[in-house]
Design a protein around this ligand. Structure first.
Ligand code: IMP
Length: 203
């Protein structure tokens, strides 16, 4: 079976492909699709955004789709950046941040600026994953990874906020651990493993 992973984010895609390698599916990404469509992530929750993406891509490409909306929730920032994680640098919350090299770096810079002097550095990554089979059925799962925000970025692996996220019971950042280890403990790993269990029952 072919499944379209509805993302163009290379970091996410690599993780999805590794996580789904234990079931017999062929994975495609949006970059493999000749005709492009834009789906705006304009909802207030991870679940609504993931459902919107899954349905619109599945109906357009006539393929089963896995869509994810993920992000980082920081306790001291009222759970921001949340659904705005990908474009936090540019939203009207604590001032905008200029993109000097790339968006991930600008997002991290803004988050560290907002947390300067803050003692409560508790945070969690959230991954909400939706599988949608056109005109048939849909299901969703969610995974969390709890941790704290570091004082400065460290590590070159992973993507997004990984260089400043220290998972619970670790003394290094998510960008300092191997991709295999990240998949074992990550929000995405947990959500995808739950999804696989559900899919095994219905497919
Ligand atoms: P999405 O593409 O709307 O789901 O945006 C997710 C954003 O949340 C990414 O651009 C990252 O900034 C952040 N994010 C989600 N998952 C991770 C992760 O596993 N590590 C680091 N950052 C992540």
């Amino acid at each position: 079976m072919k499944i379209l992973i509805a993302t163009t984010n290379k970091g996410k895609l690599k993780e999805f492909k590794a996580l789904l390698s234990e079931i017999n599916v062929e994975t495609l990404s949006l970059d493999d699709m000749e005709e492009k469509i834009e789906v705006e992530e304009d909802k207030k929750t991870f679940l609504e955004n993931a459902i919107k993406k899954a349905k619109e891509y599945a109906n357009f490409y006539k393929l089963p789709v896995i869509a994810e909306d993920a992000g980082l929730e920081v306790e001291a920032l009222n759970n921001y950046p949340g659904v705005y994680s990908a474009r936090f640098y540019d939203i009207d919350f604590g001032g905008k941040e200029e993109v000097l090299t790339n968006k991930d770096e600008a997002n991290i810079k803004k988050l560290l600026r907002l947390l300067q002097g803050e003692k409560n550095r508790k945070a969690r990554f959230v991954s909400t994953v939706v599988f949608y089979f056109p005109d048939d059925f849909g299901l969703w799962t969610e995974g969390y990874c709890y941790g704290t925000i570091a004082e400065e970025p460290k590590g070159e692996k992973g993507f997004g906020y990984d260089p400043i996220f220290i998972p619970e019971s670790y003394n290094k950042t998510m960008a300092e651990i191997s991709p295999e280890e990240k998949n074992k403990i990550s929000h995405r790993g947990k959500a995808v493993r739950k999804l696989i269990e559900k899919l095994k029952k219905v497919l």
